[in-house]
Write a protein that binds this ligand. Structure first.
Ligand code: C5P
Length: 237
């Protein structure tokens, strides 16, 4: 399958049409951004690591019954996906306090959250992705009531699968963000799952092994992503 036209270029990925109107190509680039694009860098090997990482996770989720848009990896930095009608909503689950939750509620980083926290955010860069609730989603028509319930159900189901998967590699899944889209009357998981969109800490030392290394200028960003891949036995070639 070959790329046709560029449909969309995001901060870290580009999306291309193909000859098949139902299929798109996702290209994972080395570009890295944080704070709504205020901090940007090119990190060698990131596109490749994230493409392999995402393929591995999406296949695990599909095997666990969580339908998603992933079809197959077609090169080191590209994957074929189904074309979804994306909902403008981000779903976040938190198992430990970090990031914006700590800033918003004044809780200490690392506090275990039981039951996990679930939050919705609006996907809107100009507004800095504000937190929203189900009432906003319903009133502004960003998703139906049924889709809201399904997004919550699927996002929490992902937690069950991935907490265990990362635990086997000595890692804590601190939090993560998912996006969903409509496909032939169903709701499918879309976008990506990589250390760009989740937080992963070493279980013993709580060393950060995700994009917080870039956000916080800790260095060794891609080395950390590669370390996670090694622990999960994700082949990077
Ligand atoms: O920034 P915050 O603490 O709300 O992020 C929660 C989780 O969602 C983190 O894992 C972060 O990487 C992810 N996230 C994301 N894209 C966004 C916002 C958050 O991947 N636009």
């Amino acid at each position: 399958m070959k790329r046709k036209d560029i449909l969309y270029a995001g901060k870290a990925k580009s999306v291309y049409t193909t000859d098949d109107p139902e299929l798109l190509i996702l290209e994972f680039r080395d570009d890295t951004s944080a704070f709504d694009g205020e901090k940007m860098a090119q990190l060698a090997r990131k596109g490749r690591v994230n493409n392999y990482f995402n393929a591995f996770i999406m296949e695990k989720l599909a095997a666990a019954g969580i339908e998603n848009h992933f079809v197959e990896r077609i090169s080191d930095t590209e994957s074929l996906v189904r074309r979804l009608e994306m909902l403008p909503v981000e779903c976040v689950v938190r198992n430990f306090a970090a990031g914006s939750l700590c800033r918003r509620l004044g809780v200490e980083e690392g506090l275990e959250l039981a039951p996990p926290v679930f939050e919705f955010f609006l996907k809107n860069d100009a507004l800095h992705d504000p937190m929203i609730n189900e009432s906003h989603i319903r009133t502004f028509g960003w998703a139906t009531e049924e889709e809201v319930a399904r997004m919550k159900e699927l996002t929490l189901a992902v937690n069950g699968v991935l907490r265990e998967l990362f635990a086997a590699g000595g890692l804590l899944l601190v939090d993560y963000k998912l996006e969903f889209g409509r496909f032939q009357g169903r709701l499918l998981l879309g976008d990506e799952f990589s250390p760009d969109g989740c937080r992963l800490w070493d279980r013993e030392t709580r060393e950060k092994l995700d994009k917080d290394r870039f956000r916080q200028g800790l260095g060794g960003v891609i080395e950390a992503y590669e370390e996670v891949a090694r622990r999960l036995q994700i082949p990077l070639a």
